[in-house]
Each structure stands twice: as structure tokens, then as C-alpha cells.
Ligand binder design. Structure first.
Ligand code: HEM
Length: 180
């Protein structure tokens, strides 16, 4: 996982609990915590840190990862505004993740570990996103999508009927526009 993701997690934890909490999390996870944005660190290191945040805050992993996704979207959108600027609506933006955004990430950074995400429109108000990744971070993807919806000022709900955590080889994230 790229250092930029660790940097954003550090920002979220320090915003909530100060540097002291981040230090406690690093100690609990047994890592030293120096991360450079474009360097790659082991996925296990990220999972240990998330596990330590879960223990420290006493809230379930799914909630921590989902909230991190929402937060991560805001940070990515402000660090790399070109991607949200070039898509005029939420579904067009989501459809551009694989073919534009993550493709550019691969060009900018070496040794990336990105998911595969393909989208199918099933009517004006429904986009089905097919997510595949050995890291099975579908809940992070959900959080990122909720963050994107906030950015575009859209109300959405996400149904997740097919999931890699339930033995499937991919996840289906059905993103519906609501009227809110
Ligand atoms: C709603 C929009 C997005 C979704 C659903 C999404 C999804 C994801 C997911 C789930 C991961 C974790 C890796 C995995 O699952 O295997 C990831 C990694 C990443 N994404 Fe995205 N992403 C989105 C937008 C963006 C944007 C706007 C950027 C800006 C450049 C970005 C850059 C990255 C980077 C740098 C990583 C880490 C790659 C690595 O560690 O090698 N993503 N993305």
C-alpha cells in the first residue's frame, strides 16, 4: 500500500485524537511510522495499524474502514483535484476510476497495488460497480464512493449483495441515486 494512504490515515487519527493517539496506535501496531507518499509499504503493516485504531477507538473494523474511505476521498480530491474537475457528475466520475484515475496513479507511481473496478449503468439512477482486489477492501471502496457522492452533492445508497468476504470472486456495489 502506498505511503500516501498511511499519511491520510495518520491525518484522520491525529485530527480525532491528536499526535498522542497516533503514537499509541503505532506502538500497538509495532511499526515506526515514517511513510513517504510514493513509497510502497506492506499491506500487513496497514492492516496492523487499522487493527490498532480499532482497539484504540473500540469501534468495529468495518466502521473504521468505511469512515476512513470517506475521509480518504476528501483528501485525495484536494490533493489531486484534476480528477473531480474533469467529471461533471457522480456516475461519470465513478466510471473513470479504473480507466482514468487509477491508470494515472499507475503512471505517476511505481509498484502500485490497485483494485480492478468496472462499472455498468443499469438505468439513470443505478450504477453497478464490480470490485476485485486481493486486499478485499470493498468497505474502503464504499467509503470512498460515499465521499465522492458528498463531493458531488448527491444522496446515494449502496447495496452490496455479492461480496468477496462471503466467498465470491468479486464484489458488486450497487450505487443508487436517492432523491435527497
Ligand atoms: C470513489 C472513488 C475511488 C474509489 C472507489 C477507489 C478505490 C480504491 C481502493 C478500494 C483502493 C485500495 C486498494 C485495493 O482495494 O486493492 C484504492 C487505492 C488507491 N487509490 Fe483509489 N479509489 C477512488 C478514487 C481515487 C482517487 C481520486 C485517487 C487520486 C489519485 C486515487 C488513488 C489511489 C491510490 C494512490 C491508491 C493506493 C494504491 C497503492 O497502494 O498502490 N483513488 N483506491
Amino acid at each position: 500500500m502506498k505511503g500516501v494512504v498511511f499519511n491520510i490515515l495518520e491525518d484522520m487519527v491525529t485530527e480525532k485524537g491528536g499526535l498522542q493517539m497516533w503514537q499509541k496506535v503505532l506502538d500497538k501496531a509495532g511499526v515506526d511510522g515514517g511513510y513517504t507518499a510514493v513509497s510502497t509499504y506492506s499491506d500487513d503493516e496497514m492492516f496492523s495499524i487499522v487493527g490498532a485504531v480499532v482497539e484504540e477507538l473500540g469501534i468495529p473494523a468495518e466502521e473504521v474502514i468505511g469512515a476512513f474511505g470517506v475521509y480518504m476521498f476528501g483528501q485525495l480530491a484536494s490533493r489531486y483535484p484534476v480528477f473531480t474537475d474533469s467529471a461533471s457528475d457522480l456516475f461519470t466520475f465513478l466510471e473513470s476510476i479504473d480507466s482514468v484515475i487509477h491508470l494515472e496513479v499507475k503512471k505517476l507511481m511505481t509498484e502500485t497495488n490497485l483494485p480492478s473496478i468496472s462499472c455498468t449503468r443499469e438505468g439513470e439512477k443505478l450504477l453497478v460497480m464490480n470490485y476485485r482486489s486481493p486486499r478485499k477492501l470493498c468497505i474502503l471502496a464504499e467509503g470512498l464512493i460515499y465521499g465522492a457522492a458528498e463531493h458531488y452533492g448527491c444522496g446515494i445508497k449502496i447495496d452490496h449483495p455479492v461480496c468477496m468476504h462471503k466467498g465470491a470472486d468479486h464484489c458488486d456495489l450497487q450505487v443508487s441515486l436517492t432523491d435527497e
